[in-house]
Design a binder for this molecule. Structure first.
Ligand SMILES: [Mn+2]
Length: 332
């Protein structure tokens, strides 16, 4: 998958003059225009220390702006758009700008990535953008093939999500199973949102790549959950969090709250209050963060508390519990 992407990218890059940060420092002046797309936070761009050097700044994005947004005179932010690619496709059409099939493929890849192949955050304008891109030479089948999954990575994600282990303990009257993923329902007047929480509860200290956590959170949206949170150590004393939502439940706001909390950590000294927002934040449907802590379960409790506060429910119903009685089937 990576290889296909690199091929697509290098063929696009050949059409442009790409510069590195050193060239940039020599070239930037008051006549320079910075255009950021799919990102608007100062702390997420590589030129964050040189923002005042640009004459003008333009933002084209689908992430909510906030106090960390790069100051810009030209801002085109549409948080209802599925992806920045959808917005750009609209602009290209509106302005009647011609573009190559290569670029059409790259934009379609952006739409497919952000919508999980049109499974989330997809509106009539998303389909319109896809149609437009296909009419301009994008090949849906070819772009789709860029997203085939890696088998080993799928195994890791699946064992993180579905992992369960028997605890056979003389002190516990009944043998139990520990599930990595729990699903809670929060009864409301209208409907009952469900939220999943995934941690490798059986081997909590396992180190994961943040991307694996994000893909696991993504995958949980294939099931009957409205929002998913996946936590895992990304370093021995740092927990990565990835959250996804398919609808109105704002996971970005839940994770942003973490920075204001005193987490019940084992190593309170190691906690850096701004870490969460610095390394992630997010929007309504996609959010990520990192917290310096050695207490992954304490962090999970804090996130659960935030979710309860948000949904105004203090006693959610567990649909899939952390522990379940071990039936004979699992016993060896
Ligand atoms: Mn995006």
């Amino acid at each position: 998958m990576i290889c296909n992407f690199i091929n697509l990218l290098t063929s696009i890059i050949r059409d442009y003059n790409i510069i590195n940060l050193n060239d940039f420092k020599k070239l930037v002046d008051n006549d320079s225009l910075l255009i950021t797309t799919d990102v608007n936070k100062k702390y997420m761009v590589s030129v964050k220390d040189y923002l005042d050097k640009f004459g003008d700044v333009m933002i084209v994005d689908h992430h909510q702006d906030d106090e960390f947004t790069i100051p810009a005179i030209y801002k085109y932010i549409d948080i209802k758009a599925s992806s920045a690619s959808e917005i750009i496709t609209g602009v290209l059409k509106e302005r009647d700008i011609r573009y190559s099939a290569k670029l059409a493929n790259a934009l379609l890849a952006g739409v497919i990535l952000d919508t999980k192949r049109f499974q989330k955050n997809t509106s009539a304008s998303t389909f319109k953008a896809a149609e437009e891109l296909c009419n301009n030479g994008a090949n849906y089948d070819a772009v789709n093939r860029l997203f085939v999954s890696d088998f080993k990575e799928a195994m890791e994600i699946n064992s993180l999500i579905f992992g369960k282990e028997e605890i056979i303990d003389e002190n516990i009257p009944e043998d139990m199973l520990v599930n990595n993923t729990v699903i809670m329902a929060y009864p409301q007047i209208l409907g009952s949102p469900t939220v999943s929480f995934t941690i490798n509860r059986n081997k909590p200290s396992t180190i994961y790549n943040q991307i694996t956590l994000a893909k696991a959170a993504d995958q949980m949206l294939n099931y009957n959950v409205d929002a998913s949170f996946v936590l895992g150590y990304v370093c021995p004393d740092e927990v990565g969090i990835s959250a996804r939502s398919r609808g109105d439940f704002n996971v970005g706001e839940v994770l942003a709250k973490l920075q204001y909390l005193d987490l019940p950590q084992v190593e309170l000294l190691a906690f850096q209050p701004l870490e969460v927002i610095k390394s992630g934040g997010g929007n309504m449907q996609n959010a990520g963060g990192k917290v310096t802590t050695t207490d992954i379960f304490g962090l999970e409790d804090e996130i659960k508390k935030q979710v309860e506060e948000r949904l105004k429910i203090t006693n959610p119903v567990s649909l899939v519990g952390e522990q379940e009685k071990l039936n004979g089937f699992y016993k060896r």
